[in-house]
Every structure is written in C-alpha cells, then in structure tokens.
Write a protein that binds this ligand. Structure first.
Ligand SMILES: [Zn+2]
Length: 162
C-alpha cells in the first residue's frame, strides 16, 4: 500500500483591492450580475463573470425553478453561453460571487460538485486552464490557478475509453 497525497494551494487575499486590476474588475462584474439571478426559492443569488481567451467577457447567474432539480448554477449558465457564442474558446479566468438575501455574503464560496465536473471538462475541451476568483460581496477573496484542482481524481472522457 502506498499513501498518495492529493491537494492544492489557494491564494488568499484580504479583500478584492489586493487583486490585480483585471481580476478585481472581473469579481466586480460577478458581484453586480448577482442582481440578474433568478433565485426566488433559495434567495441565494450567484453571479459569475469570465474573461475568455479571445478577450470577451461572459456572465452567468443561477436560474432556479419550481421543479428544484431543473435549476441551473451560475457557472454552468456561463459556460453554456460561452460555448454557444464562442465555440472552442477557452476561459482565462472566472470570478464567482453571491448575494445571500437570507444572511451574510462576506466569505468566498466555491463551485458545487456538478459545476466542478463541468469546469474540468471545459478546461479539457478547450485546452485552457480556468483560473477561479472566489469572493462574496466583500471580505476575503480566494484565487485558484485551475478549476481542475478543485476536483482531484476527476472522472474524464479518457476513463470512458479504457
Ligand atoms: Zn454548481
């Protein structure tokens, strides 16, 4: 038996003002677009903003539904829009923020398990790592250099071929 260590490092910033200007601007867009979320059930409004490899910026918000599982996360809304408008173009950086109408919005949140799976395949299919900037409306901000780090031992299309 061998013990294998898996893990990753997170850059922690005291606030968005410590970020590089382009990352700070992207997080600000993610914060602003939370206003477009449709979250009447959770009151947890999520916004995502991404800068693509072609320089375009795409946004996404969570879109809930009375049939709860039919709801869609902000990250996957964004990736669907990006892949539709700019097929094959990678995402350089994605900022994710939220406005919790029932509580605090002052600490980073990270993508759910399903979004992590979709993020890693988006990285694979475009051949481009996605840097993540995670922050609430205020407070600490996390930066992670590639979405794949959030999902160690990822299930990929390669597994289907073995
Ligand atoms: Zn999700």
């Amino acid at each position: 038996m061998e013990l294998k260590q898996v893990g990753f490092s997170v850059e922690v910033y005291g606030s968005a003002t410590e970020l590089a200007a382009d990352d700070a601007a992207l997080l600000q867009k993610a914060r602003q677009i939370t206003a477009a979320a449709y979250a009447p059930y959770s009151n947890f409004c999520v916004g995502a903003a991404a800068r693509l490899a072609n320089g375009q910026v795409i946004e996404g918000t969570n879109q809930e539904n009375a049939s709860y599982p039919a709801g869609m996360c902000a990250e996957r809304t964004l990736m669907s829009a990006a892949a539709t408008r700019y097929p094959g173009i990678g995402i350089e950086t994605m900022a994710i923020s939220y406005d919790n109408k029932n509580g605090q919005s002052n600490r980073p949140i990270s993508p759910c398990g399903i979004c992590r799976q979709v993020l890693t395949e988006f990285e694979d299919r475009t051949g481009h790592p996605i840097k993540l900037i995670l922050g609430g409306l205020n407070g600490e901000v996390y930066a992670i250099k590639t979405a794949k780090e959030l999902l160690p031992l990822t299930f990929t299309s390669d597994d289907l071929k073995r």
